[in-house]
Ligand binder design. Structure first.
Ligand code: NI
Length: 130
């Protein structure tokens, strides 16, 4: 028999990616769906060009759920399709681009900004749960 931790209530409810993605339609605002230690799992829809940036303190993982995402680097690019993951190493400048809407999950430490060191008006709000 499993005794629940007194301060960590279990809900025994799975987190469904498609269901979470069906709850919003705006683009670029990432939403947290789960945490593991100090890492967050975030879903987001994007379309078009983002700005060049890097994350000096952390790698950043992209998992494509729908659509295609190209990530440009200063010396090349990677094209990611549904079901594929790519990890951008920390400190490497990159620019995501989606010709059509892409739905994806980001996995990165809590507090990581989407614009990295660049900041500015494209910076999405952090810790928005859905
Ligand atoms: Ni990034």
């Amino acid at each position: 028999m499993v005794t629940p931790m007194p301060n960590a209530p279990q809900t025994y409810k799975p987190i469904n990616l498609a269901e979470k993605l069906s709850l919003f339609s705006d683009q670029w605002q990432q939403r947290v769906i789960a945490e593991m230690n100090d890492y967050q799992f975030k879903v987001v829809k994007i379309e078009g060009d983002f700005l060049w940036h890097d994350h000096p303190e952390t790698d950043e993982a992209f998992l494509i759920i729908e659509g295609e995402l190209r990530i440009d680097f200063e010396d090349g690019a990677v094209l990611l399709r549904k079901g594929e993951i790519y990890v951008v190493p920390k400190g490497v400048r990159h620019k995501p681009y989606a010709a059509h809407e892409v739905q994806m999950m980001l996995i990165e430490p809590r507090g990581t900004l989407n614009t990295g060191e660049e900041g500015g008006e494209s910076t999405a709000q952090n810790d928005v749960w859905i």
